[in-house]
Write a new protein. Structure first.
Length: 404
C-alpha cells in the first residue's frame, strides 16, 4: 500500500525552525546596527542583501508554478508521481511575494536612490528620448506592476494546488477539474510571459544599473531561476523518497529531472555567453561598464565561480546517463546549482548597490539561513496537508509505467 500521508519529521522541523530563528535574529541584529550606523555602504549592504535574497528565493519557488503549468499544457504524465512537491512549493509563492514586495516597496517609497538610482529625479534626464523609460522607472508604475504581478503569481500558485487536491475527491474518470487546471495553467503562462519573461527582471534587477540595459536579461534571469527551481524540486523528491514516501517515483523520474537540470544549465550558459558576446563585440562604453566591474574588478572571483558552478560542474557531472540516475550525484549537483545561482544573483545585485565594498559575512549567511528555514518549514507543512500521490489524475497510470 502506498505511503501517501507525509508527516513532517521532527529533525526536519527542528532544522527549519533553527534556520528560521537564525534568519530572524540576523535581520533584527542588522536592523539594530543600521539604526546606529552612519556608514552609507553598511546601509546599502543591508538592503542589497535583503533585495537579492528575497528576489532569488521568490523566483526559484515561482519556477515550480511554471513547471506545473508547462507540463499541464504539454499533458506530460511523468511529473504526476511527484506533482505534489512543486504544488507545495508553488503554493508558498504568495508568502515569499509578500516579503519581496515589502522590501521592494520600502526601497521605492523611502526614495532609497542609493539602491535604485533612478529614484533620484536627475539621474535620468527628462526628455522625449527617455519619455517611456521615465514612465517605466517611476514610483506609480513600479508599485502597481509589482503588486499586480506578485498578487497574480501567488493566487495562481495556490489555485493550481487547490484544484489538484479537489481532483482527489472527484468521481473516478472525471476530467472536469483537470481541464479547469489546464485553463489556469494557460493563464499563468500568459502572466509569466508578461512578467518574469520580460518586465519584472528589468524593473527589479536591471534598473539597479538604470543606464545599462540588455534585451536578453529577462531570459537570462528566467533560466537561472528555472534551473534552480528544478534543483530544489530534485532535493525535495529525493528527501521524501528517502523518508519512505513517493514509492511510485523511480530512476526514470529522477533521470528526467536530472535531464532538465543538465539541459537548462546549458541553456543558461547559452544566454550568458550570448549577452556577453554581443556587448564585448560592440565594445560600447555604456554597455561594457556592466562587465568591467564584474570581470576585471573586485567581483571577478564571483564572475568565474559563476561559470564553474553553473556550467562546468553540471555539464561534466551530469553528462553520463548513469549520473542522472544516481541519487547522491544528482543531490550534489542540485546543491551546486543552487549555490551557483545564488552567486549569480549576488553578482547581479551587489556591484550596482555596494560597488567595490562587497562582503559575504554573518549578515549574508544569516539571511540565507532564514530563507532556507522558511521554505523548508512552509513546504514540509504543505506536503503534510494532502496525499503525496494525486488521486484520479488522468495521467496517473502513465506516470506508473513511465520509462525515459
Amino acid at each position: 500500500m502506498l505511503n501517501q500521508e507525509f508527516k513532517v519529521p521532527a529533525k526536519l522541523k527542528t532544522t527549519s525552525l533553527v534556520l528560521l530563528a537564525i534568519g530572524i535574529i540576523t535581520l533584527l541584529a542588522g536592523a539594530g546596527l543600521l539604526l546606529f550606523s552612519h556608514d552609507q555602504m553598511s546601509q546599502n549592504r543591508f538592503w542589497a542583501v535583503l533585495l537579492q535574497n528575497s528576489i532569488f528565493f521568490l523566483l526559484i519557488c515561482l519556477a515550480s508554478v511554471f513547471i506545473l503549468s508547462a507540463t499541464t499544457l504539454a499533458q506530460g504524465g511523468w511529473i504526476v508521481a511527484f506533482r505534489r512537491i512543486p504544488e507545495a512549493i508553488g503554493s508558498i509563492v504568495w508568502i515569499l511575494g509578500l516579503i519581496c514586495g515589502a522590501v521592494l516597496l520600502t526601497l521605492v517609497w523611502t526614495d532609497n536612490h542609493h539602491i535604485y538610482k533612478w529614484l533620484d529625479p536627475n539621474h535620468i534626464p527628462k526628455n522625449e528620448l527617455n519619455g517611456l523609460k521615465n514612465f517605466f522607472l517611476s514610483k506609480p508604475f513600479f508599485t502597481i506592476w509589482t503588486v499586480v504581478i506578485i498578487g497574480l503569481w501567488g493566487w495562481l500558485g495556490v489555485k493550481m494546488r487547490d484544484l489538484s487536491i479537489k481532483q482527489d475527491s472527484e468521481p473516478k474518470g472525471s476530467t472536469k477539474i483537470y481541464w479547469k487546471n489546464f485553463n489556469y495553467s494557460a493563464g499563468f503562462v500568459f502572466v509569466f510571459a508578461l512578467s518574469l519573461a520580460s518586465t519584472i527582471p528589468w524593473l527589479w534587477i536591471m534598473s539597479l544599473d538604470a543606464h545599462w540595459f540588455s534585451t536578453m536579461f529577462s531570459w537570462y534571469t528566467f533560466a537561472s531561476s528555472f534551473v534552480s527551481g528544478m534543483s530544489m524540486i530534485m532535493l525535495w523528491v529525493l528527501y521524501t523518497k528517502r523518508q519512505g514516501y513517493l514509492e511510485m517515483v523511480n530512476d526514470e523520474h529522477v533521470h528526467d529531472v536530472g535531464k532538465f537540470m543538465f539541459a537548462f544549465s546549458i541553456f543558461w550558459t547559452y544566454l550568458w555567453f550570448s549577452q556577453f558576446m554581443l556587448i564585448w563585440y560592440a565594445n560600447i562604453p555604456e554597455e561594457t561598464i556592466y562587465f568591467k566591474i564584474r570581470m576585471h574588478g573586485p567581483y571577478q572571483f564571483f564572475y568565474w565561480t559563476n561559470i564553474i558552478l553553473n556550467f562546468v560542474c553540471p555539464v561534466l557531472i551530469l553528462m553520463p546517463r548513469p549520473n542522472k540516475r544516481n541519487y547522491f550525484v544528482v543531490t550534489l549537483v542540485a546543491i551546486i546549482i543552487l549555490v551557483g545561482h545564488w552567486i549569480d544573483f549576488y553578482q547581479m545585485v551587489m556591484p550596482a548597490t555596494v560597488g567595490e565594498h562587497w562582503h559575504i559575512g554573518w549578515f549574508e549567511l544569516g539571511i540565507v539561513c532564514g530563507f532556507i528555514g522558511l521554505i523548508i518549514f512552509l513546504v514540509s507543512n504543505k506536503l503534510s496537508k494532502a496525499p503525496l500521490v494525486p488521486q484520479n489524475h488522468p495521467f496517473l497510470k502513465e506516470t506508473i509505467i513511465h520509462i525515459s
